[in-house]
Design a protein around this ligand. Structure first.
Ligand code: SF4
Length: 449
């Protein structure tokens, strides 16, 4: 399961607007919407990188590994299931070169990495040889010995003992397993490459290696899910004893196998639970995990109470850290500028081969948009403090968004007290559907990607 960094929400103003799960996703990963980013703005990126500035801003590195054993039927990411070892070698070489190109810029030169994130795709798909060669070169260009977090996404079926040891050996602190469900029929129906036997085989080895934090990803509402299967999945996940959990509600973005079958062959369309049911399942999972010693850390995450847990990557992103996104189609946020890489294999590799950063489109937000972005993203934590925004941006959010907060308060989605905005459980369960209410009017109702 890849990091959810792109999506296509529809405009939402009230919670009652959302009933069936239609094609078009709701996950909000950034602001302003991607559809406003343009290729004409990429010169601004090279200008920004050529200047030093804000050296104290925390900086992280995202490495995109776009390979998977199989394409899940709900997946909309740029992933490849048909690349051979030579092509993977070429890609890893380009990825390392891209990091080296960044390391030469005035903006990033000499700055330590605060966090590193291997996302995809499936980072654990590549061989130990490729992983070690990639990391050796990347660390030469941008050392991460002082990083607070090195996160790595895994698909259970790709994790052999030597692979796990290699992942531990490169300094990974947060291992995230894309489990998604604990029922084989559901995993198969949704096109997942792994089965539960592979999860059971790998989990004891993961625990033995002593990663600082082991996270498990689940999806509420995969095709074929029922109350009974979801209850089994939640209980079996508790038995796996992860330090933290991430739960997403199933969506149907454009360009997935499922979305295409819904749009093209109505009769064979997959039955996806409606939003109310997915929220009820998500809510049940939260309550059951809480009874098992977990606590809510954001709209999507729970953490085990007695263990040291954190998610530096998420928190850094939601507080406007610099994040260099490398690899095909990756997203970056550096020096207050948003930009995305070329989205196709040949174009990405071609630019790198010619010694150019493979920039595709960009957007330079205004100060007002930077402020709104942070507020929108931090609302996903479930609570925000007005003082943070007045100190950082000089904006009183309680005044600026008074009508929105009042309406959402009336609908039982949040409460405002002593300068704190707190989402209720109902608000948390549908946070992405509420966030467009805080968009500037020109972005409301627009296409997101
Ligand atoms: S594991 Fe599935 S959902 Fe995750 S990136 Fe690969 S194909 Fe997409």
């Amino acid at each position: 399961m890849a990091d959810k960094n792109i999506a296509t929400p529809e405009p939402a103003t009230t919670a009652a607007d959302w009933k069936t799960t239609d094609v078009g996703s709701v996950f909000v990963s950034n602001y302003p919407p991607y559809s406003f980013w343009t290729d004409g703005s990429v010169n601004g990126v090279t200008d920004m990188l050529a200047e030093s500035g804000a050296p104290d801003t925390p900086m992280g590195l995202y490495l995109h590994i776009p390979f998977c054993r199989k394409r899940c039927k709900f997946c909309y990411f740029r992933v490849y299931t048909d690349k051979n070892a030579r092509e993977i070698d070429t890609y890893c070489d380009a990825l390392a070169r891209e990091v080296e190109l960044y390391a030469e810029t005035a903006r990033t030169k000499g700055r330590p990495l605060d966090f590193v994130y291997f996302g995809g795709g499936t980072p654990s798909y590549i061989s130990v040889k490729h992983l070690n060669a990639l990391v050796d070169r990347v660390k030469q260009a941008m050392p991460w010995d002082q990083a607070r977090e090195v996160a790595f996404e895994c698909e259970p079926g790709t994790l052999t003992q030597p692979k796990l040891e290699a992942i531990k050996g490169i300094g990974v602190t947060r291992l995230s397993l894309g489990v998604e469900n604990m029922i084989d029929e559901i995993l198969r129906e949704n096109g997942r490459a792994h089965v539960t036997d592979e999860i059971y085989r790998v989990m004891p080895r993961v625990h033995e290696l002593g990663f600082d934090q082991v996270n498990v990803d689940l999806i509420s509402g995969m095709v074929g899910e029922t109350w009974e299967t979801w209850q089994v999945t939640v209980q079996k996940t508790i038995d796996l004893d992860p330090d933290s959990l991430t739960i997403y509600q199933m969506e149907l973005p454009f360009n997935t196998v499922y979305s295409k079958s819904i749009r093209e062959e109505e009769n064979s369309a997959p039955a996806v639970a409606n939003w109310e049911t997915k929220r009820a399942w998500h809510d049940y999972a939260i309550e059951t995990f809480r009874s098992a010693g977990y606590e809510v850390a954001s709209a999507y995450t729970l953490v085990k109470k007695d263990r040291p847990t954190s998610f530096v990557y998420r928190d850094a992103l939601w507080h406007s850290a610099d994040m260099i996104g490398t690899g095909v189609a990756s997203f970056s946020h550096v020096g207050g500028v948003h930009f995305q890489n070329k989205t196709h294999w040949d174009a990405y590799l071609g630019d790198i081969a010619e010694g150019r950063l493979p920039l595709n489109r960009a957007f330079t937000p205004t100060e007002e948009e930077r402020f709104a972005r942070e507020m929108i993203l931090q609302l996903k934590l479930g609570h925000i403090s007005a003082s943070y925004f007045s100190e950082k941006f000089g904006v009183d959010i309680l005044e600026r968004y008074a009508p929105q907060f009042r309406r959402l308060d009336d609908e039982g989605m949040l409460s405002v007290e002593d300068g704190q905005v707190r989402l209720s459980r109902q608000g948390l369960l549908r946070v992405d559907q509420l966030l467009p209410a805080f968009y500037e009017p020109k972005y409301q109702g627009s296409r997101y990607t």
